[in-house]
Ligand binder design. Sequence first.
Ligand code: NAP
Length: 266
Amino acid sequence: MGLLDGKTALIFGLANERSIAWGISKAFDEQGACLGFSYAPVVEKYARPLATKLGATFIEPCDVASDEQIEKVARKAKKYFKKIDILVHSIAFAGRDELKGHFYQTTREGFRTAMDISVFSFVALTKAFQSFLNPGGSVMCLTYYGSVKVAPHYNVMGVAKAALESSTRYLAYDLGPKQIRVNAISAGPIRTLAAAGVGGFRDMYKHFADISPMQENVTTEDVGNAAVFLASDLSKRVTGEVLYVDSGFNIMGVQMGPKGEKSGGK
Ligand code: NAP
């Protein structure tokens, strides 16, 4: 018996098999969920075959910068599924130029775009789908530690993730009375397409395992399993939270560099 038997999940943000959305999709599938997908129109070639692999037949393009496209996909999903239980937002975007150099060089347009695609879209999707989310339903998004501490080069995306986490709390408050929960997963660095756009990502990724208590990088499977918890009834009274899936990286106040005393344990 799967933890998500009888539940329907709609997943936004599948680009390819490195995507966090793919790790989540596989974990949901293993736990018995029925899956539907929406992807950015430009990744059709990669996303559609993956979604089909998991038996999905609801696979719709949607550029979340467009209110019309969000409304359209919500209308189609309502017609197709009638009701859904789980909504996953695994989407972010900022121009490459914004993810290197000084934060103060962020442009007005770059700031607007990052906030629109990476934050407002979460609010807009929640609004579009809330009327046909079942009570007991779960909405989630993906965030990163650069929201609360400075991660060099992450810049405007750090500010956007702070707004995303705050939006998670406000949405949790709004949807609480309907018994719908809203949470965020804060994942450690994972080598995906989106991450490749962040200046210095390679170094950050490499040093992560040296610094985090568990001394290991995070995988999309790790995030998928945490997403199963948030999607399932096991987390029935958990809402408005940011769940860290980062080998404990966020608890560190002082970074000791290459593994300190713990290295003997490996
Ligand atoms: P990814 O595979 O590149 O996924 C990002 C997705 O956002 C892509 O499918 C992308 O489509 C989509 N997207 C961008 N603009 C869009 C738009 N206008 N409309 C619809 N979709 C759009 O990278 P990922 O790392 O899995 O990212 C998923 C989420 O995890 C993001 O919120 C990211 O910030 C978060 N996260 C990632 C890490 C990490 O280290 N990788 C860590 C913590 C949190 P396109 O490819 O067409 O742009």
